[in-house]
Each structure stands twice: as structure tokens, then as C-alpha cells.
Design a protein around this ligand. Structure first.
Ligand SMILES: N[C@@H](CCC(=O)N[C@@H](CS)C(=O)NCC(=O)O)C(=O)O
Length: 196
């Protein structure tokens, strides 16, 4: 049996598709229309993930795994040769965990709350205020990530590749956008160009 990935190019599922390919894990892609999926209107996706979010992965045993960080830790364990995560207890491991949790637990939700503020608050001024404050907070979080990256080496963790590089590669093409990163996040920008 293969992994089945619900995927829409350019979204967070791209990170998991990149990881599945690095792992050489047998997989198939179920391509979804992101706009439709985000509105909860893709019935296949909603059935397996009531949050209707990408990435959603059906495992070979047919159980369902969501949350990009959980999926990547699962793959890191199953396919250690792909080096998606440093070895537990190694020098880079704690920094890896910290970055993973900031990216998934702090930065990712900023998109949830600022992509469509009308989902969360009714009045136009409240929507504008929510959007602006979340965007500002997200910029501070990216600066924190930038400060935590190793200043040397081509990867977020210095010489050691990890799935943090996959996140940077995909998420830096989202808002606030390439120009903002070039100006405000020098390490992230340098790591990203090293990956290309
Ligand atoms: N915590 C989740 C966040 C996933 C997420 O928010 N994905 C976005 C696409 S990049 C999504 O599906 N958004 C649709 C929505 O929030 O309704 C993860 O790390 O996988």
C-alpha cells in the first residue's frame, strides 16, 4: 500500500510531497482545488480530515495523519536515510525541535487567521485590524526564526540538512513574500538560495 497525499501545488502539502520524494516512499497524489478545499467543499478531503486542511496524508495502513510537523516526524522515523530530522539527542536536535514548533505552532496559524479575516470577525474595521496585527506578529516570528538559524553552512541547521529547509523553501514564497525576506531575513534568504 502507498501513502496518499491530498495536495495542491504551492501549499503546505508541497513540503510533504518534497519529503515523500526524498524518502523515496511509495506514494500517490490526490490533487485538490485549494479554494474548494479551504471552504470545506472537497468531500473526499473533509471525510478524512474534518478541518479540510492540507497537508493530509493517508498512511499505508489507511490511518490518517495531519499536521505537517507530525507527518514529517513520522517520515523521519520511517525513512532515516532521508535525514529529515537530526538524530534524537544529537547536537542539532533541540534547535531542530524549537524551529519546527515555532514554524508549525506559531507561524502557520498566522496564515489561518490572516488569510481570510472575515472568517473570524464581522466588521470591516475589525477584519483590517486583525489582518494587520497578525501580519505584524508573523513578521516578528520570521525574524526570530532567522536569528535561530545557523549562520554557517547551506542549511537551516548549518551543514546538516533537515525538513526545516523544506519549510523555508515553500513558506518563504507565501506572504510577506520574497522581497520582505530578502530585506529582513538574511539567513533565511541565504539558505533558500543555497537550496535552489
Ligand atoms: N497545522 C497545520 C496547518 C495546515 C494549514 O493551515 N494548511 C493550509 C494550506 S497551506 C490550509 O489547508 N488552509 C485551509 C484552511 O485553513 O481552511 C499543518 O502544520 O499542517
Amino acid at each position: 500500500m502507498k501513502y496518499q497525499l491530498f495536495h495542491s501545488p504551492g501549499t503546505g502539502s508541497q513540503i510533504i510531497l518534497d519529503a515523500l520524494q526524498l524518502c523515496k516512499a511509495p506514494h500517490e497524489v490526490i490533487e485538490v482545488n485549494y479554494e474548494k478545499a479551504a471552504k470545506g467543499k472537497d468531500r473526499r478531503l473533509k471525510k478524512v480530515n474534518p478541518l479540510s486542511r492540507l497537508p493530509t496524508l493517508v498512511l499505508p495502513d489507511q490511518s490518517v495523519l495531519t499536521e505537517s510537523g507530525a507527518i514529517l516526524l513520522h517520515l523521519a522515523h520511517r525513512y532515516p536515510k532521508a535525514k529529515l530530522a537530526p538524530r534524537a539527542g544529537s547536537k542539532n536536535y533541540d534547535r531542530f525541535l524549537r524551529l519546527l514548533f515555532i514554524i508549525t505552532g506559531e507561524i502557520y496559524p498566522c496564515f489561518t487567521f490572516s488569510d481570510d479575516p472575515a472568517e473570524w470577525v464581522e466588521s470591516k474595521p475589525a477584519q483590517k485590524q486583525l489582518f494587520e496585527s497578525v501580519v505584524k506578529h508573523k513578521a516578528e516570528l520570521w525574524k526570530l526564526v532567522d536569528s535561530l538559524l545557523d549562520s554557517k553552512g547551506p542549511h537551516a541547521l548549518g551543514k546538516e540538512f533537515s525538513c526545516i529547509d523544506l519549510y523555508l523553501n515553500v513558506m518563504t514564497s507565501w506572504r510577506p513574500g520574497q522581497k520582505w525576506f530578502t530585506k529582513n531575513a538574511k539567513r533565511i534568504t541565504a539558505k533558500k538560495s543555497a537550496l535552489l
